[in-house]
Design a protein around this ligand. Structure first.
Ligand code: DC
Length: 238
């Protein structure tokens, strides 16, 4: 095979990370992408921007027809500033505005509608077409990047995730009981895993990384180890 053929066969490194809420997907993904020098796309931010759009239109995010029609008019995009994702809605930077409980609830509602998902999946695939990238979400390994050479299902026990969330609340000065937080974690898991459209599930060819008993650094290393193994098997460019 000529060197030209070899270089044509080199695929961009694409990493799919899925998993339940509270497993540390965002922070772990950020760090892994940074160490590899590739972009990190937080796809949840795009569902949040879509949810914000529907709220701003004064519509009910649970109303499938209205929400789907509205989101079709919205321009949800991302750009990178100093390597960090900024999420844009019709050109407006909404990165900070989408981190509220109201927008989270609207995002959860609009993410159930197949028409909304189809639109955002199209945009996500277009972003990954020519750039090496790490994408995190719920359906990346199963739907968005089915051919990704590295697929990770990042999880932790509900108890470990509730414990971490409780710690975050305490740092913010919010008082909650462990039982309350555990119940919320279990409810979110149930919702994510039982919705009809692209529910959260582990892709058959994904590797499970259970961070229950791992430190941040150990979790990052576990994923980097899977990336190195994939790069030893196949030519992937970063
Ligand atoms: O990860 P997050 O909380 O920012 O995600 C916001 C919502 O979007 C959440 O309800 C799950 C949903 N989501 C999804 O359905 N598919 C994705 N790829 C990412 C997020």
């Amino acid at each position: 095979m000529s060197s030209e053929n070899i270089s044509r066969n080199v695929r961009p490194l694409l990493i799919a990370i899925d998993g339940p809420v509270g497993a540390g997907k965002s922070t772990i993904s950020d760090e892994v992408a940074k160490r590899l020098g590739i972009l990190h796309l937080d796809t949840g931010a795009m569902y949040r921007a879509a949810g914000l759009y529907v709220l701003r239109q004064g519509l009910n995010p649970h109303d499938e027809a209205a929400a789907t029609e509205a989101v079709a008019q919205a321009d949800v995009s991302v750009r990178y500033q100093d390597g960090a994702q900024r999420t844009l809605l019709d050109g407006e930077d909404v990165t900070g505005l989408i981190r509220t409980p109201e927008v989270a609830a609207a995002a959860s509602a609009v993410s159930k509608h197949p028409g909304v998902r189809a639109q955002l999946v199209r945009a996500q695939r277009a972003l990954a077409e020519s750039t090496p990238m790490l994408m995190d979400g719920r359906d990346i390994g199963t739907v968005v990047l089915k051919d990704a050479p590295v697929k990770v299902y990042l999880t932790a026990s509900p108890e470990a995730r509730a414990e971490r969330r409780l710690k975050q609340y305490r740092e913010q000065g919010e008082e909650h009981t462990f039982e309350e937080v555990l119940e919320a974690v279990n409810a979110r898991d149930y919702q994510d895993m039982h919705r009809e459209a692209d529910p959260l599930r582990q892709a058959e060819d994904a590797t499970v990384v259970d961070s229950s008993d791992l430190s941040f650094e150990e979790t990052v290393e576990a994923i980097l180890g899977l990336v190195r193994a994939a790069m030893a098997k196949e030519a992937l460019h970063v």
